[in-house]
Design a protein around this ligand. Structure first.
Ligand SMILES: [Zn+2]
Ligand SMILES: [Zn+2]
Length: 405
């Protein structure tokens, strides 16, 4: 769902050059045309084409899929109605303390499904109140935004990292190790921040964790700075972590990227970010995935697509062609008389989801005409004999063609 945040800045229909009411068939057609034109194989070294190719693929992955398209349309119409366009600037600024190895902490609150509930459901996120805008903002500030970080946040900071995957790794899913340097639970006090485990209710906020203040038209709830929003004060702080419950250290974790991620997707690994203070929940780790295009495969949702060069004889006579899949090659039966450009479907050889559901492999056959001089005298002679015999048999390639008359 973290993906939806990205949708705010995307124009998938625009990327494909179609209107938002375009039919699924038109979307597919536009995608194929653009993907072909901008494919890295036909545009070696052309960065602009590569970018366009990625954008088009990302767009098609969403609006080319009936379910995802519905979600996307709903999301867009929600923004269009002005629901929360104004929040973008306020919470958009990420960045923060530098992290060795390309990591950085973020102070941004990501819009995900839960946040939408907060916005439209009036404080469903747990910071219950009277449902006014002040509570909505209060809820945001309590989710590790900069306001609460300056005091003591009630959860660990989110961490972002990037990874570039090969098309096949992305399609099959992969795991990789990362070294994360940041706040991790203190081993002396097991994250509580207290040497003895004794606490008492905060006298400033009377244990609520919040200070309410009025500013202009709205009442604002901000976390109490005395207790960091926890509502409790530690009596005997742990000497190792100074009572924070966390210490800065490097830990190794294994990140698992599920099968079928698309280029530009942000994978959210809940609870894999920095440890929260005093035993509060950890932040999340967001892995921004780049997927390098593949010279052989493209994707359409969970289906894999491949174009296989064949000879005229292969199609006219029928037979089998051997095509690669993400695993071992498979033989595909080509029926006699298969038209050029026909797409054959190999069930279950596409992207395999954890649920067990799998997409298909879509094999498009494309006739390669032998170039002049590619055939030997024997083959040329047979071809001439065949061409005459074809005519004699009454076959007319333009029979039924609208331009024949
Ligand atoms: Zn400690
Ligand atoms: Zn307090």
């Amino acid at each position: 769902m973290a993906m939806q945040q990205e949708w705010a800045n995307k124009d998938y229909y625009g990327d494909l050059g179609v209107s938002s009411s375009a039919s699924a068939a038109d979307i597919k057609k536009a995608y194929r045309k653009l993907a072909r034109e901008n494919h890295p194989d036909s545009n070696p070294g052309n960065k602009a084409a590569e970018e366009k190719f990625k954008r088009v693929a990302e767009a098609y992955d969403v609006v080319g899929d009936e379910e995802k398209r519905k979600e996307y349309d709903q999301f867009k119409s929600m923004i269009g109605s002005g629901g929360f366009g104004g929040f973008g600037g306020r919470f958009g600024g990420g960045g923060g303390a530098g992290f060795p190895g390309g990591f950085r902490t973020t102070t941004q609150t990501d819009f995900d499904a839960a946040d939408f509930d907060d916005l439209f459901g009036g404080g469903a996120g747990g910071q219950a109140g009277d449902g006014g805008l002040g509570d909505i903002l209060g809820g945001f500030f309590n989710r590790g935004s900069s306001a609460s970080r300056s005091a003591r946040p009630s959860r660990g900071a989110d961490v972002e990292t990037e990874i570039a995957l090969d098309f096949r790794e992305a399609a099959k899913g992969t795991t990789f190790p990362v070294e994360l340097t940041g706040e991790a639970p203190c081993t002396t006090c097991h994250g509580s921040g207290s040497r003895t485990g004794k606490t008492h209710a905060c006298e400033v906020c009377a244990g609520s964790g919040f200070i309410r203040e009025s500013s202009g038209a709205f009442g604002m709830a901000r976390p109490c700075t005395n207790c960091g929003g926890s509502g409790e004060v530690i009596e005997d702080p742990c000497p190792t972590c100074d009572g924070t419950g966390t210490v800065r250290r490097t830990r190794s974790i294994t990140v698992r990227i599920p099968a079928g991620v698309v280029d530009g997707q942000k994978v959210r690994l809940a609870g894999q970010g920095e440890a929260g203070p005093n035993g509060t929940p950890s932040g999340d780790l967001f892995v921004h995935v780049q997927v390098r295009p593949d010279p052989v495969f493209t994707r359409s949702g969970d289906d894999l697509e491949i174009t296989v060069p064949v000879s005229f004889g292969d199609l006219a006579l029928g037979g089998t062609v051997t095509v690669p899949t993400l695993d071992k090659a498979v033989k595909v039966k080509v029926p006699a008389g298969t038209p050029n450009g026909r797409t054959l479907r190999v069930k279950g050889r596409g992207i395999e989801r954890k649920s067990g559901a799998a997409g298909d492999l879509l094999v498009t056959v494309e006739v390669t005409v032998p170039s002049d001089g590619a055939l030997d005298a024997n083959a040329m002679s047979a071809l001439r004999t065949y061409a005459q015999a074809e005519k004699d048999s009454g076959f007319n390639p333009r029979a039924g063609w609208a331009g024949a008359r």
